[in-house]
Ligand binder design. Sequence first.
Ligand SMILES: [Zn+2]
Length: 237
Amino acid sequence: MEEINDLIILGRSWPELLRDGRYSVCVAGYSKEHGFIRLYPTKIFSPLKTWNIVRVKVERNRADTRKESWKIVGSKEDWKHLDKNIKILGVLKREERINLLRNLSKDSTETLRNQGRSLGLVKPEILSWNLEDTGLTPPVQTTLTGLKLKTKKHFRNKPYIEYRCLPACESKSPHCQQLIEWGAYMWLNKQKTREDQEKVFDNLKLNDKNWEKYFLVGNLAYKRKTFAIISVMHFKK
Ligand SMILES: [Zn+2]
């Protein structure tokens, strides 16, 4: 067991359904001492909210060998009382958030791949975005508090963002990555029409030059060459 004493939560993805029936959220954060951190599995309702600073007891997850990946102590045996291993120490202030984002955003998908890292922060030049229609028939509407919750594969329309990393992107063609952030899917889940779902990109201020934007990116456990955008972080200049 180890303890991470300075974990700043940067983002959460939309829940996945584990084989044993638990809904689990992937949480990503940054610790000055340990670097980028992924916590998985975590509960839907938890103190691991973006910009919270927490102390958390962790252990290695044998099913996930990525060096940023940890699970919370007791996550299997004591799922119900998982929160007892998390303590909120504070919340990062606006100025501190901005400084952290500016200082940390030195990554690109290329450098992450080359360095064998699975999480990073990118300053993007955003080129385009698209709500891709997968053609899937949407299942019966479900709620967050009910037992049945839509996971990403149940959404007919999936958000993608095309971008280049700043200051210099080494990739031959721009990156086109799926957005898997909690807030974005929460929005998609609530809307009745595709037209309203498309406003997910307005909410993220992708088209608004008055907002500075950063992408928290991470690779997929089962497809490590593929990266997704875990969170779009933005603030008004
Ligand atoms: Zn790039």
